[in-house]
Write a protein that binds this ligand. Sequence first.
Ligand code: AMP
Length: 206
Amino acid sequence: MKLVMMGVQGCGKGTQAELISKKFKILHISTGDLLRDEVASKSELGKEAEGFMNKGLLVPDKVLLGMLKGRLSELDGFILDGYPRNREQAEALSGITELDGAIEIGVSDREAIKRISGRRSCKCGAVYHVFYNPPGRPNICDRCGKPLFQRDDDQEDAVAKRVALYHEKTEPVLKFYEEKGILHKIDGEQAIEEVFGAIEKALPEE
Ligand code: AMP
């Protein structure tokens, strides 16, 4: 099964993509995580992407496409999270592979901003929330014991910019998938398990 996850930052895309990946045994590919790995390893691609990311801006399309093309064409199942973020990316993706479904997790901007500003991350990839999903010990990762941090692009200024960018650039992609008849709209303002239950119901049986 080949799927993409859509929804404003903070809607729970990453959490749900992880659950889908386990249940359907398909690879979870987060373009944000891939880019953060490139930045951490100080690769050429990472150096190119870093400035855009810290400001809450989109990294140029050609950088993303180069990073994804080889990976996606080899897989027969994946859940893509963070891509496509604009119409050009959606069209480029159509040129690489055919999708079985696009899942949109809907939450209000207010809820999205509340969730992102409480988000705390760990270098190992684990993600927490100060109220909704706190670690056992304050600010320490349950998985690896390292200190948690707040991503630069999760700070208030960058968050507002990213949410505005979602409405301007990413929302038109929903229409693109609706026209193809593969868009599933899910209410994201419910408990994590309920959102997942709704996704399972919406997806085609394998
Ligand atoms: P995320 O973790 O998905 O919120 O992504 C973090 C940052 O990575 C974004 O704010 C962008 O700067 C960059 N990024 C991730 N995916 C894409 C994409 N599909 N197109 C452009 N930039 C992206």
